[in-house]
Write a protein that binds this ligand. Structure first.
Ligand SMILES: Nc1ncnc2c1ncn2[C@@H]1O[C@H](COP(=O)(O)OP(=O)(O)OP(=O)(O)O)[C@@H](O)[C@H]1O
Length: 359
């Protein structure tokens, strides 16, 4: 029987219907010199066992703050002010720092855009991976070292036994990212949260890291919550997508459905702003007019209304709720158009690694 830190190839929990992660009506606010400001509002999403869910949206839409709220890693000025974050049956909102430390690494692993934020320059990578194993698992030094070599092999570090004695600065950016993934997987977590894990890497290495994340899911059954501004990454890696705008979830559903037939005008606009896979000079790239509103001056009605080509009177005064689509295909959108029969037109993105939405 494998222990937690020897991640099994199939997870018995996969048969359990309880989501690995369930966020309900999350509000997160920061204290600023202008007073408290709410940057995530009424966000809900679910990740099931072994599932891959992408969160996408322009810069400032609240993707990272949502992830940091889950991990209990908000700055001291930040606070979850409403809602629930459940990891399987466990409520995370209100956990003490000590209890959170036990959850991080053991139940949820996190990888960031910049591996240097997580790797300590003064310790060898072998020491850091071994420590990550020993924090949560009762293993002797030798067994932990052996497991560390296994993990480094799994994430594709060449000659892992000798690379154990290397320092982070001696590795390439892609190799550092692989080590961070090894550390995140050290204790066989149910869920991996990856915040823009490939943004800082060149295109070839991006593809390799995405492939590693896909393989991790397939071989270890680890669920993935992937934060990205890249719709091509969404279509390559995720099964479901959550679109955020100005701190709110505005649309979610299966990737194939949302990217081919978006129900929210913001999703449709994001898709139109993506370059086509094959450069077609006759296709002009459209930018989304206007900017994301500041958390200090959110519109009263729909937050996208000032930029929306389909704006109606009620959009300016009434906030639409996030409602399920009537087709029963596990889709939700936050738009008054849902009450009409006019879904906004959109198109599927290309699959190049450079299909980025505006930042
Ligand atoms: N410590 C903080 N204090 C005040 N506001 C903050 C703080 N951290 C983030 N914010 C604000 O929260 C909002 C959401 O930020 P967040 O980093 O979650 O966006 P994002 O969608 O992840 O964008 P990006 O892709 O640029 O990382 C932004 O308006 C940001 O300015």
């Amino acid at each position: 029987m494998p222990t937690r830190s020897q991640a099994p190839t199939t997870r018995p929990e996969a048969a359990d219907d309880t989501p690995v992660l369930r966020i309900d009506s999350l509000n997160t606010a920061f204290q600023t010199r202008f007073g408290p400001v709410e940057v995530v509002n009424d966000a809900s999403l679910t990740v099931h066992a072994g599932e891959s869910v992408a969160v996408v949206g322009e810069s400032g839409s609240g993707k990272s703050v949502t992830a940091l709220s889950v991990m209990g890693l908000l700055e001291s000025t930040g606070e979850v002010t409403h809602g629930s974050i459940r990891l399987r049956d466990r409520e995370l909102v209100g956990l003490s720092n000590r209890a959170y430390r036990a959850v991080r690494g053991r139940d949820v692993g996190m990888i960031f855009q910049d591996p240097t934020t997580c790797l300590d320059p003064v310790y060898t990578i072998g020491h850091q991976v071994t420590q990550a194993i020993r924090v949560h698992a009762d293993r002797g030094r030798r067994a932990a070292r052996e497991r560390a070599v296994e993990l480094l092999t799994m994430v594709g570090i060449p000659d892992p036994a000798s690379r154990m004695s290397a320092y982070p600065h001696e590795l390439s950016g892609g190799q550092r990212q692989r080590v961070m993934i090894a550390i995140a997987l050290a204790c066989g977590p149910d869920l991996l949260i990856a915040d823009e894990p490939t943004t800082a890497l060149d295109v070839t290495v991006q593809a390799q890291i995405l492939d590693l994340l896909r393989r991790t899911r397939r071989e270890l059954g680890t669920a993935l919550l992937l934060i990205t501004h890249d719709l091509a990454v969404v279509s390559e890696v995720a099964e479901r997508v959550v679109v955020m705008y100005a701190g709110q979830v505005v649309e979610q559903g299966p990737v194939a459905d949302v990217l081919t037939a978006p129900r929210h005008p913001y999703t449709a606009a994001l898709l139109r702003s993506v370059p086509p896979a094959v450069t077609d000079r006759s296709t002009r790239l459209r930018v989304i007019e206007g900017t994301v509103p500041s958390p200090h001056t959110m519109p009263d009605g729909c937050r996208f209304a000032p930029r929306c080509a389909h704006v109606m009177d009620r959009c300016v005064t009434e906030q639409p709720p996030l409602v399920a689509a009537p087709d029963g295909r596990d889709r939700r959108s936050r738009c008054w158009l849902a009450d009409t029969d006019t879904p906004p037109a959109g198109s599927a993105p290309g699959t190049r690694a450079t299909t980025e939405v505006p930042r």
